[in-house]
Design a protein around this ligand. Structure first.
Ligand SMILES: Cc1cc2nc3c(=O)[nH]c(=O)nc-3n(C[C@H](O)[C@H](O)[C@H](O)COP(=O)(O)OP(=O)(O)OC[C@H]3O[C@@H](n4cnc5c(N)ncnc54)[C@H](O)[C@@H]3O)c2cc1C
Length: 311
């Protein structure tokens, strides 16, 4: 019997499983989908921490400390990228300005029309097709087992290990019977555009141009309560048109791949222990919405602290 079963192999499950494994616990992952078929595969996936307070800020800061050294590791899929992040309203200097290698306010005359503030920042960005493989390989090469199976209930899995870590993303709506979990549909497109050297992000109207290790990721949409995961050509055409307004060379790009995914929406991340009435303990770790990568390592560290108390 393993010490711990982690349910889910998205970025949240893999980061938690690796952190627990590296602390010396025997860990098995139980997952309905392999990492490459999760929502985490569809992500941008930028370390993006604007507007964060409290726990979120703490988790994001821990993750940043883990991601920055990974930008030096070949094959990790994590790179350091310069971004232009712009805002429709005056915005205070980011809280993390002295924790990243570069942060500078954009002079007013250099802002796109209609924008009132913005920063040039160097931040880590993840290419999920590379990074999820990298995490999976690390876990498996240290004897971690990934079992592909649907968990029908938490008590059922609790028979198989003393501690369960529930990283089931939007699947927690059923698995943890938590009706506050809802999908936030997303869709992205990876294109070949080596001429794009600088990233661009405007979250107001969701114009995302993300250069990363495997191409340039364009997006996107956020549609709450929509379970549809098909790639909609009309959605793609709409965000492509917005991206081309910022970077005209993106008007007719060479499309490498398209993604869709359901962000696990919730009013807040659920990271806490539940003692099951049937016996055993679950550490819930889900509901990371649009910032799962940004919070991944910080939440994994808290899972480890909770597991230490239980085991
Ligand atoms: C288009 C898009 C862009 C994004 N961009 C960013 C970004 O730039 N920066 C950022 O930080 N975040 C970003 N995100 C958000 C990020 O992708 C999510 O927060 C993150 O992927 C959530 O990870 P997760 O592991 O909780 O969920 P998932 O990746 O959905 O993984 C859930 C896992 O649980 C498993 N599972 C579910 N139910 C069961 C069950 N009953 N039994 C067994 N297994 C089960 C699934 O099979 C899967 O393996 C983006 C998301 C999208 C869609």
């Amino acid at each position: 019997m393993p010490d711990i079963i982690v349910i889910g192999s998205g970025v949240i499950g893999l980061s938690a499983a690796l952190t627990l494994q590296q602390a010396g616990y025997s860990v098995r992952i139980l997952t309905r989908d392999r990492p490459q078929s999760t929502t985490s595969m569809a992500a941008g996936a930028l370390w993006s921490a604007t507007d964060m307070e409290g726990e979120l800020r703490r988790w994001a800061a821990v993750s940043l400390k883990r991601f920055l050294p990974l930008t030096e590791v070949p094959g990790s899929g994590v790179t350091l990228q310069r971004f232009r992040e712009v805002y429709a309203e005056p915005t205070p200097t980011p809280w993390y300005h002295n924790q990243i290698p570069f942060c500078e306010r954009i002079p007013k005359q250099d802002l796109p029309r209609g924008m009132r503030d913005g920063y040039l920042i160097d931040v880590p960005i993840v290419a999920p097709p590379l990074y999820l493989d990298y995490l999976q390989n690390q876990f498996e090469s240290a004897s971690g087992v990934i079992e592909t199976r649907m968990a029908r209930s938490l008590p059922e899995v609790a028979d198989e290990a003393p501690v369960i870590v529930n990283c089931s993303g939007v699947g927690a709506r059923q698995l943890a019977a938590d009706e506050s979990v809802y999908p936030i549909r997303g869709q992205t497109m990876l294109v070949a555009a080596p001429q794009i050297r600088e990233g661009f992000m405007y979250s107001g109207d969701i114009i995302h141009i993300f250069p990363r290790a495997d191409g340039v990721l364009l997006g996107g949409i956020k549609k709450a309560h929509d379970w549809d995961q098909t790639i909609d050509p009309a959605i793609a055409a709409a965000f492509l048109e917005k991206c081309a307004r910022v970077e005209p060379s993106l008007a007719e790009p060479e499309i490498l791949r398209q993604f869709s995914g359901l962000r696990p929406g919730r009013h807040e991340v659920r990271l806490e222990v539940e003692a099951l009435s049937s016996g055993g303990h679950v550490i819930h770790n889900y509901g990371h919405a649009a910032i799962g990568y940004t919070l991944s390592w910080g939440c994994a560290e808290d899972v480890l602290a909770l597991a230490r108390d239980l085991l």
